[in-house]
Structures are given as C-alpha cells and as structure tokens.
Design a protein around this ligand. Structure first.
Ligand code: HAM
Length: 421
C-alpha cells in the first residue's frame, strides 16, 4: 500500500524536540502569571464571518489563506487563521467588559491555520502564543504588551532583538492619509505591481508594505502616516515610546510598518531578527480600538500580539541557544531472574508513585541487554533484583556513571533514591 504523507506545511513534533516546546510553554505560562494574564481557550474553528469582519475582507488571510468548510447546512466555518478575532468574540459573548477585574488580560497558545506557500518559518499549521489586553486605552498597556513578548524572548536567551514600532493612526487619521497617499501614488499607479494597483484602491496603506523592490522605490517619498496623526494620536505614540524607554526596551520607529490584518489602530509593532533569513518577523501585534464594536460588543479598546513557537525555535537555533532540557530517568529496574519479575514490577510502581522516574524491561532482555537499555534511557541507577536479592529483601543498586554498587533494602529504596536526587 502507498504510504500516506503528512500534509504540506505541517509537522510532527517528535520526542526529543517536543521537550523544547514544553519548556517554552512553561516559560510562557510563568511569564503570563507574573504579568497577570489569564489563559483562554477558544474553539479552533469559528464562523467564517468572524474573520471576514475581524481580520478584514482585503487581507491576504481572508482573500487567499483560509481553510473554510460548509458544514452540513449549518453555515460556513473556518479553521482559525489567528487568535485575536476568537478572543474578542468570546469577550463579547461572555460579557467580559462587565466583570469587575479590568482591563481584561488574556493569553492563548494553540494551533492556527493559513493556506500559505510553505517555506522556512512559514507553515500551514503553526502554534501561536498571544496575549490580548482589552478595556484600556492607556499607552502604558501598549508598552506592557510589547514587553511581555520581549521579556519572553530575552528570558529564553535570545539577544539583540529590537521592536519595530509605528502608529497607523485612528480611522480618521487614516482617512486623511489615505487621500494624500492615493494622490501621491496615482501618477505611478501603472508601474506598481498588480497587487499594489488593487491595494491602492482598497487599502492603500498596504502599498507601503509591499515586498517588491521596484514598488518600494516608487513609494519611497510617499506621505508618511506619522504626518497625519492627530495631536491625540501623536501623544499616544509618544507616550508608548516613553514607557518603552523607561523599561529599557529598544525600539526603532518604522513609519512603513503596516500589519497584514485590518483591525489595527494607533500602535503597531513587530519584533524582528535579522539573521533569520527569508522570514524575519518573530512576533507582531498592535492596538485594535474598533474591533470589539465591529464584532458586536461595546466600543472597547484593545491591544495584543502573537508569535509562533515555530519561529521562536528557529530564532533560538540561529542564535545557538541551548534550552536547559532535562533528559534521562532516575532508575532502571533490572530483572535478573524470571522469578523476580513481579517484584520488579511492584517496585517500579512504588517508585513511580513516590515521584521517581523509573523504568523496567518489557522485551524479555537478558541482564546485559537490560543494562544497555538502562544506559540508553540515561538512567542514573540500575536497581538489580534477582534470586539472592529476593531472599535478602534488598536490591543491588548500581550507579551507572561510576559502577559503584550498594545493597538497599526494598522498603528503603524510595528514600534512598529520593535522598540522591
Ligand atoms: P500576524 O502578524 O498575522 O498577527 O501573526 C503573528 C505571528 O504569528 C507572526 O509574527 C509569526 O510569528 C506567526 N506566524 C504567522 N503566520 C505564520 C506561519 N504561516 N507560520 C509560522 N508562523 C506564523 C496576528 O496573527 C495577530 N492576531 C496578532 C495580534 C494579536 N494582534 C493583536 N493581537
């Protein structure tokens, strides 16, 4: 029979690598506790309408990348391409704006799906860790959200990262800028790439984010959004910068930073790593002051970011950061004679219940084979039980690294091993 292949753009996370994921997840949860963000788990699929409205009709995500299904006469559903829309839907649905604890500070970690062309750091299923703070328009929380991402990277051991920062203004700021932008780019319209020609009508800000060299040159002197911010928007942007400076987070203002999702207002940011190659954005986020209302809730401001664990792992690899992953077990129990098997089976159970990592043989190996197996699983001790041990009521414990041996009564095994840990 023909082998069945793994879907393109997905990956199996195998033992040996999954420990890295677990380590990152632990760090992330610990960090979120310190910053007082609580976990939320929303469905992996949502009504397609949520992303059309939330992420935006003219985005690549909605136009080209969604995995959608028509569900047996119950409507159209989509595997979530990102986490923010679902969190906001839930925030509205559960009326979280009404609970006393405000602002609402949430985090999530789970698989997202985008039908993209797979390449290094770009998957069709990837895991995003993200946070969303909803209910405060204070620029200090913009800086807090950015710092959560930066501190996670730093605590994991990445160095030299900097935040690309911009303000994309309010809807009103953008309308004024839009006019100026269209007026400035219309004369070169025919020379822009096909995508940008259509962007110019539908979402001109995104022309500034085009990756095509020629377009970048043509738009070099295009009006900057930063020149169209109202005094209030400008003040917000300056305050965010002041708070970032106050906690030592390095940033660079990049007036051409435009995010690929439509819900952003005011603060927009990305964290990049230059060495990462084709895909260099590790993390992206920003403020979305109109989104809650767009999804049917009260008009509440929000801000968040998301990063994928896949790109984080790539960054760690590029910078040769070794995460402190523990391997190995405490002891391997060796069955020296068939008569000792039940005793070994029982002892393994007792040890495990006491919090000790213990293993035994299930392949009928000879003693030598069992000691090899103990080596392979990096057991610190081999606990050998045979006929004479059964008679004496004590096991022979051998430290694998030194070969040193000691007789330990069965009823003292747990404490003996715990004392060595
Ligand atoms: P995004 O920029 O579309 O924003 O994605 C955020 C991050 O997800 C990227 O910086 C990257 O780390 C990761 N990512 C995106 N696509 C892929 C992919 N195909 N393969 C691997 N990693 C990927 C959002 O999703 C927004 N929801 C962020 C946000 C939260 N804004 C406010 N709150």
């Amino acid at each position: 029979m023909e082998k069945i292949q793994i879907p393109r753009g997905t990956q199996d996370i195998m033992p040996g690598v999954v420990e890295l994921w677990q380590h990152i997840e632990e760090k992330m949860r610990d960090l979120c506790k310190r910053y007082n963000y609580q976990e939320i788990r929303t469905p992996i699929f949502e009504q397609t309408e949520l992303f059309r409205r939330g992420v935006g009709e003219t985005t690549d995500i909605v136009e080209k990348e969604m995995y959608s299904v028509v569900s047996r006469g119950e409507g159209n559903f989509t595997l979530r391409p990102e986490g923010t829309a679902g969190v906001v839907r839930s925030y509205v649905d559960k009326k979280l704006y009404g609970v006393p604890n405000q602002p609402t500070k949430l985090y999530y970690c789970g698989p997202m799906f985008r039908h993209e062309r797979p390449q290094a750091g770009r998957f069709r299923q990837f895991v995003q860790f993200g946070v969303e703070a909803i209910g405060s328009a204070d620029p200090a929380i913009d800086a807090e959200v950015i710092s959560v991402a930066m501190r996670l990277y730093q605590e994991l051991g990445l160095t030299g990262l900097s935040v690309d920062l911009n303000s994309v203004g309010t809807v009103e700021d953008r309308a004024r800028h839009r006019e100026a932008l269209i007026a400035a780019l219309n004369p070169v319209r025919d020379q822009l790439c096909e995508d940008c020609q259509s962007r110019l009508d539908r979402n001109p800000l995104r022309v500034l984010d085009c990756k095509v060299k020629k377009d970048q040159q043509l738009t070099q002197n295009a009006p900057s959004i930063l020149d169209y911010l109202s005094d209030e928007s400008k003040k917000h942007f300056e305050d965010v910068q002041a708070y970032l400076t106050a906690i030592g987070i390095p940033y660079t203002i990049n007036p051409r930073l435009v995010r690929g999702l439509d819900y952003y207002t005011l603060t927009a940011f990305e964290i990049k790593m230059s060495e990462i190659g084709a895909v260099e954005t590790l993390c992206g986020g920003g403020r979305y002051n109109g989104l809650v209302a767009e999804i049917g809730g009260e008009d509440m401001p929000g801000i968040g970011f998301a990063m994928s664990i896949e790109r984080l792992l790539m960054a760690l690899e590029k910078q040769a950061v070794a995460l402190p992953i523990e391997t190995g077990i405490d002891c391997y129990l060796v069955i020296q004679t068939e008569a000792a098997k039940t005793k070994v089976f029982q002892q393994v159970d007792v040890l495990r219940q006491a919090g000790i990592k213990a293993e035994m043989d299930y392949l009928g190996r000879k003693m030598k084979g069992q000691l090899k197996a103990a080596d392979r699983v990096e057991a610190r001790f081999a606990v050998i039980i045979g006929e004479s041990e059964m008679e004496k009521g004590a096991a022979m414990v051998k430290e694998m690294a030194t070969g040193e041996q000691e007789e330990v009564p069965f009823d003292q095994l747990v404490n003996w091993i715990l004392a060595k840990k």
